[in-house]
Write a protein that binds this ligand. Structure first.
Ligand SMILES: Cc1ncc(COP(=O)(O)O)c(C=O)c1O
Length: 383
């Protein structure tokens, strides 16, 4: 970044500046009045962004191969604000049953009460989704692989059908990220990242990004972001910019380790199933291979059943290298538990069993495997 300081001395640095500011000031009355009809990219008030957020938006748009990007305070707000920008009472909204929990709850508990016809569809419906499209269908929400249960979706088939019927598509692409899946090239209208995960990369911030091509929709989304007061902290933008410097390196390494751990887990007698589309045994493998260029660092497992919840306690509490936590994508490995009741409450879950979700960080994979081995032994003893 280059600037000229107030004394007129040039200053150049490798790191970007951090612009703070609630208030934008104008040179003249005319400037103020003319910016009333502002461009979506322009600066008018802190909520619509600063040069810091614009620089990050440019970087993310470039990574996604998109013309525009709007950043939001969290991944959840990126998903929900995009729906709010384009869906109205009377519209029909299709949400994959494998989408992120907050989006599904928002659909069920808010949108449905506000007159939107919300329908959850089976994640593996793929081209069969055409049968669900009605004249009022406004948007299809997708996530691949799905949250917790990792179902793959045929994104290209769904977007082609959506375009034919004039329906918008939104995809949560956080697992593969633009490194391994260029959602825009596959016809997705709005591609969402929880930047909280790989882009930030160090488990110390929350952020979401929505990337898109269409300039009119960009203006609508920017207005919605601003009207809903979805402003992001410039310091968090700076941290994500820093995270992006190592994003590719981290993800390639974490993906490699995750695949090694997944292959090992698959061979363990206490593990009934590994849900990870990069494995040949995964039901979504063919779809993953055809569409994606790599795999994320998050995988799920279903253990051989146990009646005793304390067996899961023995497994989790024996782990030394996997702190228990619900997030993922950072440099530290993490593990989380999703009880059977959660899957049983879903309309289209592939299982009625408890799920253990594992995020692989940058630790040595042989140490991670040794830790999992002794915890699985503890599970076997407690079953
Ligand atoms: C796939 C996916 N999408 C979206 C989100 C939401 O992101 P955030 O926690 O930043 O709201 C998460 C968070 O766990 C996630 O796993």
């Amino acid at each position: 970044m280059k600037v000229v300081d107030p004394a007129g001395s040039p200053y150049a640095s490798l790191s970007p500046g951090v612009w703070r500011g609630s208030t934008v000031v104008f040179d003249s009355f005319e400037d103020f009045v003319s910016r009333k009809s502002r461009q979506p990219d322009g600066y008018s008030y802190g909520i619509t962004g600063t040069p810091t957020s614009r620089a990050l938006e440019r970087q993310v748009a470039d990574l996604e191969g998109a013309r525009h990007c709007v950043i939001m305070p969290t991944g959840a707000s990126a998903l929900i604000t995009t729906v709010m920008a384009f869906v109205r009472a009377g519209d029909h909204l299709l949400i994959s049953d494998s989408c992120y929990g907050s989006l599904k709850t928002f659909g069920r508990q808010w949108l449905a009460q506000l007159g939107v016809d919300v329908e959850f569809y089976p994640p593996t419906l793929d081209a069969g989704i055409e049968a669900l499209i009605r004249p009022t269908t406004r948007m299809i929400c997708m996530e691949a692989p799905g949250t917790v249960t990792m179902e793959m979706q045929d994104i290209g088939a769904i977007t082609a059908i959506a375009r034919k019927h004039g329906v918008l598509t939104m995809m949560d692409n956080t697992w593969a990220s633009p490194l391994y899946f260029k959602a825009i090239e596959h016809g997705v209208d709005f591609v969402v990242q929880a930047a909280t995960k790989y882009f930030g990369g160090h488990s110390d911030l929350l952020m979401g990004t929505v990337s898109l091509n269409d300039p009119d929709r960009y203006a609508t989304l920017r207005e919605t972001q601003s009207i809903f007061g979805q402003a992001t902290s410039p310091e968090d933008c700076f941290l994500v910019q820093r995270g992006l410097q190592t994003f590719e390196l981290r993800l390639r390494e974490q993906s490699r380790k995750a695949l090694a751990v997944a292959r090992w887990l698959e061979a363990q007698p206490q593990v009934r199933q590994v849900l990870f589309p990069a494995l040949e045994s995964d039901p979504g493998h063919a779809l993953w291979k055809r569409q994606f260029e790599g795999s994320g660092c998050l995988l799920s497992i279903i253990l051989e059943p146990s009646d005793a919840e304390r067996a899961f306690g023995a497994f989790f509490n024996a782990l030394q290298l996997f702190p228990i936590g619900a997030s993922w994508g950072g440099t530290h490995s993490l593990i989380a538990y999703y009880p059977a009741s959660q899957q049983q409450a879903r309309a289209f879950s592939p299982t009625d069993q408890p799920i253990v979700r594992i995020s692989i960080g940058l630790e040595d994979e042989s140490l991670l495997i040794a830790d999992l081995a002794q915890a699985l032994a503890a599970y076997a003893r407690a079953r």
